[in-house]
Design a binder for this molecule. Structure first.
Ligand code: ADP
Ligand code: MG
Length: 544
């Protein structure tokens, strides 16, 4: 396959020796098979009644989860198509924070249904075209079915967060976590002409095992996993005036190779005294500015620590740059590149800075009571390390859902109800199309119905009966009916509060369609030699 062989002449080398190429009709079918295996595996973990997967990572750590993004990340797929599906789950997670299982399942079923059409003789490009049209129509259905909410409507936002967290272990605490997340986002969200901007990096989640999730709380400032530098410094400073320093706090080293020659003991004493005077002068200046707390990114010289302590100034050394930036946003302090720049205007304020004992010898530093902080912390507690980590993942998901609603304040009904509306819309649309395209749009509608069908199976309902029942109800105009998986019944999703941000569903549809269309158009895989050697057992039909 690497050579084109002209008649009576030497063959021409086209690809490097060792390169593998998989091509022809079978490539597409193989790729679809891979997507099918991944989608079918992921499908059973969909929804609050979804099954868990147990994964063992390279270091033999065991993870039990039903979170789509986590399963995809840890599964270590080798085939390029499976890796593409991992990528769409990842991007779904990063961009909207939810819908990761759904996106993989939908992409898989779009491909499975495409395979049936290909077997009937329809060209993959025609199917891809039909899928693109379906996507456009489906997005229109979401727009017309969604409802706008006010960003101050806490009750409804909590419902959306709880829907997103309903599949998680710590779901009984979702009310508390949702409230924390709403307050945190409300503080850091910024409004401009372009609408709301929410940068979740301005929320620092600090986890500390011990206590219960209920004891987790919002801190109007920053919590650091740090201690005060010197034992004689104060452990608590009220009405803190804070300086932030991006360089070490010590007596300046002599420039480059300058040397000081000391010949007598007297000179040496003088030298030390001089150094001490410089330190004293520096501390005097800091103290005169009114500083009573210093956070330093680098080290603080022992002598400097000692004199700071004498002036009752609290200092913390080796604070991460990213934390300094957050403290700056929370307190209004300016980050100084050297202490020489210090002036009163650069200081930040906090009601209190305190080192608190968390458990046994564990201490943490709280900068609390900031006025209008533009960055803040959530301190997460929970009985074990595993539980606080899980609570952290839930909190991150909740924060993403709230950010989504700030960016686009529209919600749709979950529990398979929006999917049934989309399928209804697509079937009506298909009737207006001709021949092969019509089949592709119907295939898209069938694929999206896999979501309600799976939610039905997950709670012991017959999926075929569920789909026909839901179709009938949606046809009658009961547009918010879905599956209540908790008690296995058809119910109005709006009234039971199963609500999801419209942009999550839109992202699912766009990403899944894009992946399916991309895979449908691949008819050739070329694997570079070094990769080919490493991945000897990659699936596929090989042809020479
Ligand atoms: P994903 O990773 O795609 O978000 P989940 O496992 O979180 O997958 O399941 C999400 C699906 O579960 C959504 O379709 C959502 O509407 C549905 N869902 C969540 N809570 C409920 C509920 N109480 N009843 C019915 N469906 C629910
Ligand atoms: Mg989810």
């Amino acid at each position: 396959m690497f050579r084109a062989v002209p008649q009576d002449r030497a063959p021409v080398i086209v690809l490097k020796e060792g390169t593998r190429r998989i091509y022809g009709k079978d490539v597409l079918m193989n790729n679809i098979l891979v997507a099918k295996v991944v989608a079918e595996t992921m499908k059973t973990s969909l929804g609050p009644k979804g099954m868990d997967k147990m994964l063992v990572d390279r270091l033999n750590n065991i993870v039990v989860t039903n979170d789509g993004a986590t399963i995809m990340r840890l599964a270590q797929f080798k085939h390029p198509v499976a890796k593409m599906l991992v990528e769409i789950a990842k991007s779904q997670d990063i961009e909207v924070g939810d819908g990761t299982t759904t996106v993989v399942v939908l992409a898989g079923y779009l491909l499975i249904n495409a395979a049936d059409l290909i077997k009937k003789g329809i060209h993959p490009v025609t199917i891809a075209e039909g899928y693109r049209k379906s996507l456009k129509k489906a997005l229109e259905v979401i727009d017309s079915s969604s409802m706008s909410i006010k960003i101050s409507d806490r009750e409804t936002i909590i419902k959306a967060v709880k829907t997103s967290l309903s599949a998680k272990y710590v779901s009984q605490y979702s009310d508390h976590l949702a409230n924390l997340a709403i307050d945190a986002v409300a503080n850091i969200a910024e409004y401009s002409d372009d609408g709301w901007k929410v940068d979740l990096d301005n929320i620092k989640i600090t986890v500390k095992a011990g206590g219960s999730i209920d004891e987790s709380r919002l801190v109007r400032g920053i919590v650091l996993d740090k201690e005060v530098a010197h034992p004689d410094m104060p452990r608590k400073v009220e009405n803190a005036k804070i300086a932030l320093l991006d360089s070490p706090l010590d007596v300046k080293k002599p420039e480059l190779s300058a040397r000081v020659y000391l010949e007598t003991a007297e000179q040496y004493k003088q030298f030390l005294l001089e150094k001490e005077n410089i330190v004293k002068e520096m501390i005097e200046k800091i103290s005169n500015c009114g500083v009573n707390v210093i956070f330093c990114r680098m080290n603080i010289d022992e002598k400097v620590q000692h004199y700071l302590a004498r002036k009752s100034i609290m200092a913390v050394k080796r604070v991460k740059k990213s934390d300094l930036e957050k403290i700056s946003k929370a307190t209004g302090a300016y980050i100084l590149s050297t202490i020489d720049e210090l002036s009163k205007d650069d200081l930040g304020k906090a009601k209190i800075v305190e080192e608190r004992r968390m458990r046994a010898e564990d201490k943490m530093l709280f900068i609390d009571g900031c006025e209008n902080p533009k960055a803040l912390s959530i301190l997460l507690r929970g009985s074990t390390e595993e539980i606080v980590r899980e609570a952290e993942r839930c909190l991150i998901d909740g924060l993403s859902i709230i950010r989504d609603l700030y960016v686009d304040n529209r919600l749709v009904c979950g529990g398979g109800s929006i999917e049934m509306e989309i399928s209804l819309g697509l079937r009506e649309y298909a009737a207006s199309l001709k021949g092969k395209e019509q089949l592709a749009v119907q295939a898209f509608a069938d694929a999206i119905e896999v979501i309600p069908a799976q939610l039905a199976s997950s709670c012991g309902m017959d999926p075929i009966v569920a789909i026909t029942t839901l179709r009938a109800k949606h046809n009658e105009g009961q547009s918010t009916i879905g599956i209540n998986v908790i008690d296995g019944q058809y119910e109005d999703m709006y009234s039971i509060g199963v609500l999801e941000p419209a942009i999550v569903k839109k992202h699912v549809l766009k990403a899944a369609t894009e992946a399916a269309v991309t895979i449908l158009k691949i008819d050739d895989i070329v694997v570079a030699s070094s990769v080919a050697e490493k991945e000897e057992d990659t699936e596929g039909t090989e042809k020479e």
